[in-house]
Write a protein that binds this ligand. Structure first.
Ligand code: ATP
Ligand code: MG
Length: 395
């Protein structure tokens, strides 16, 4: 019978929290692997074994899905054996035949977590090696640089035989560190930021500022698509859409142009923070990177942070755009991110934004815009799901 062996990552280091981490990981696995059929989970010594309940279990799909589960350092398929060398000799050659037929050198690597097992690891390596050589005469043992490494694990209940493992997604089990609000724009950066924080065990609630008709429903659909892609690893990400047309128009009409982007960003932070409180989120996550655009200079970020009363996580802050794009390709968001639909910032972008703003001048500009009531309204309408601005209600 074939199972999945999933090796847990750094959660094993978390001392007293370990139990909680393990339970969360098992819960996530139960949810994510459910579409593959019936199975049981068994967790021991930082390895989770996924055992199919019957032959209808879709092992290929379970293997693929497991690779996206945070908290695992490696994932592999393995054959289950009795804790008995004869059974291992019986199972291993057939199970490994495809792998071993395609290579010319191999070695066997054995590990015993059950030290009562009669053979030592060295014995197991030597003896199984001999059995495999006999069955596959084209093979040669190469202990330094083998094309295939065959692993035998003697664990508490069973022995397992397998070929190479693939890397897992790493990080910490989904949601183990609580929930944060993600400001998602539809660009390249914020979905990458989302992935990175979700990988650190944060559940996410998305917030998107939407300025219909300056931005189209297609731009909104793009945001939903991006959340669905990130959600494959991060878990479900609900989205709250904030109607921001009037706020943007008022800023355009009443605010000095070079300060308008920062005033807008502070408005976003204010509303996002209120939504975060309401939705039990304890941090904000953005895709900002130091110096990437005018609103992301050191002083601009300081002015933006001045309105936030909760941690603002910017996981991309020290990354180059090329690094960010690389991750975005890896997590499969890039092609969607570069679709051309305008986001609300680009429509209103000033020609010469101020890169060294002072807090006092921004606050003075804001006072002139008298935005408090509009922000209240945007917040209330966002929670009510009322985000389409028609010409009539734009006043
Ligand atoms: P991105 O690639 O994520 O769009 P960007 O490089 O275009 O980022 P900005 O447009 O300045 O940079 O936005 C910086 C961050 O502010 C974004 O990463 C995102 O977290 C947030 N943000 C910007 N626009 C919106 C929006 N319309 N709705 C929600 N969040 C937004
Ligand atoms: Mg953007």
């Amino acid at each position: 019978m074939e199972v999945l062996l999933l090796k847990c990552g750094e959660m094993v280091l978390k001392g007293l929290n370990r139990k909680r981490f393990e339970e969360r990981l098992l819960q996530v696995l139960r949810e994510r692997l459910a579409p593959c059929g019936k199975f049981s989970l068994y967790s021991m010594q930082s390895t989770v074994t996924v055992t199919p309940a019957d032959a209808s279990f879709d092992m290929d799909r379970a293997f693929e899905l497991s690779r996206h589960v945070f908290g695992l350092v490696s994932v592999c398929r393995a054959a289950v054996c009795e804790k008995d060398m004869d059974d291992i000799y019986r199972v291993a050659p057939d199970y490994l035949s495809e792998l071993l037929s395609g290579v010319s050198t191999f070695k066997v690597d054995a590990r015993r977590s059950d030290k009562k097992f009669p053979l030592t690891s060295m014995d197991i390596m030597r003896e199984l090696g001999a059995v495999l050589l006999e069955r596959f005469p084209h093979l040669r043992v190469d202990v330094n640089d083998p094309e295939a490494v065959i692993r035998v694990e003697i664990r508490d209940r069973n022995a397992f035989v397998h070929g190479p493992a693939v890397p897992g997604a790493g990080g910490l089990p989904s949601g183990i560190n609580g929930r944060a609000a993600l400001l998602i724009s539809g660009g390249i950066d914020s979905p990458v930021a989302a992935y990175m924080m979700a990988r650190r065990g944060l559940a996410l609630t998305g917030i998107h500022f939407f300025s219909y008709p300056y931005t189209s429903p297609r731009a909104l659909q793009k945001v939903r698509d991006l959340l669905a892609i990130v959600g494959r690893a991060a878990g479900d990400i609900p989205l709250i859409v904030v109607p921001f047309t009037r706020v943007q128009e008022v800023i355009r009409d009443r605010c000095p142009e070079e300060l308008s982007t920062l005033v807008l960003r502070r408005c976003m932070m204010r509303v996002a923070q209120r939504i975060a409180w309401k939705k039990d989120c304890h941090a904000l996550v953005t895709g900002e990177s130091l110096g990437q655009v005018a609103s992301q200079t050191l002083l601009a970020l300081g002015v933006t942070d001045a309105v936030a009363d909760m941690p603002v996580f910017r996981p991309l802050i020290g990354m180059d755009k090329t690094d960010i794009i690389k991750i975005s390709r890896e997590i499969d968001t890039f092609d969607t991110s570069i679709l051309p639909y305008e986001d609300c910032c680009t429509v209103f972008t000033p020609k010469h934004p101020k890169t060294k703003p002072r807090l006092a001048e921004i606050e003075a500009a804001e006072a002139k815009c008298a935005l408090d009531e509009l922000l209240d309204e945007a917040y209330t309408r966002a929670l009510a799901g009322d985000f389409m601005d028609s010409p009539e209600n734009r006043g």
